[in-house]
Design a protein around this ligand. Structure first.
Ligand SMILES: CC(C)=CCC/C(C)=C/CC/C(C)=C/CC/C(C)=C/COP(=O)(O)OP(=O)(O)O
Ligand SMILES: O=P(O)(O)OC[C@@H](O)CO
Ligand SMILES: [Mg+2]
Length: 233
């Protein structure tokens, strides 16, 4: 069975808690050629700001996914293609591995399984909000990350493995090791991609590169270059 992300090279992650650069619209960002948009972030998420970004992107022709950071911000919106729900494999607290998910299932009587897929995160930047929140053990060598990727794919049947360096550019050798380790799963890489070369280098090893802050800090042309690199790699 094929999933949409099997065909993706590039994802744009928009943070509802961050502004866009002056003169740039969500429509401009949707038109960069990215394969999909994920709406999410760690801090400052609300149903209201999530919905505002989803609605702003809805009229543009790009697949739209919510990446909820906790069960209370999951929004029901027809514009969404689906939900990409993190689980953090190297979290220090089980809340971020399965407990938040248990609460979601307990409280949501009508969970949309058809449109819900997990992302098996391996969080690598100790300075990132996501690392602090989840108390992630980021002290991992390339072989640790590769082994986590295998655990995610082979033992937990995960479709998406996500090496997350949010806010900083990662170690290419680590991403390469994860790339070697996965077979059927789709490998996402995110963190610090800021131009053609940084996107191209990671896209050599990851199936999908995720670009976040660049959209908020630089804007359309910079994002477009990362799309080009992801497609060239
Ligand atoms: C069960 C449900 C519906 C949700 C739980 C989902 C889980 C386990 C979330 C934990 C990890 C998390 C908060 C993911 C959000 C996506 C992410 C990693 C965003 C990047 O965040 P940062 O760049 O660290 O934070 P800011 O950009 O917001 O500062
Ligand atoms: O914001 P950046 O550093 O591009 O990271 C992208 C994404 O992986 C964040 O979850
Ligand atoms: Mg961020």
């Amino acid at each position: 069975m094929t999933a949409p992300w099997d065909d993706w090279n590039h994802v744009l992650k928009l943070d509802p808690d961050k502004e866009l650069p002056d003169g740039i619209t969500y429509g401009d960002l949707c038109a960069t050629g990215t394969d999909a948009i994920e709406v999410g972030g760690t801090m400052g998420m609300t149903e209201e700001n999530m919905t505002a970004v989803i609605e702003a992107c809805a009229e543009h022709d790009v697949p739209l996914y919510q990446e909820p950071s906790n069960p209370s911000v999951v929004v029901d919106n027809d514009a969404l293609e689906g939900y990409l729900v993190p689980t953090v494999f190297n979290a220090g607290s089980p809340f971020w591995i399965t407990e938040a998910h248990k609460e979601w299932v307990r409280l949501d009587e009508d969970l949309d399984w058809e449109r819900t897929t997990l992302e098996a995160y391996i969080v690598m930047n100790p300075e990132a909000d996501v690392a602090e929140l989840t108390e992630a053990n980021c002290d991992l060598a390339a072989d640790d990350v590769a082994a986590y990727a295998t655990v995610a794919e082979r033992m937990f049947g995960q479709e998406i493995v996500y090496v997350e360096y949010s806010g900083t550019y990662g170690d290419v050798d680590v991403v390469a090791a994860a790339g070697e380790a996965v077979d059927e799963a789709t490998l996402f890489y995110g963190g610090g991609i800021h131009d053609y070369d940084s996107a191209y280098a990671m896209a050599q090893h990851a199936d999908v590169v995720v670009v976040g802050d660049l959209a908020h800090d630089e804007g359309v042309e910079a994002v477009r270059q990362t799309v080009e690199a992801a497609n060239d790699a």
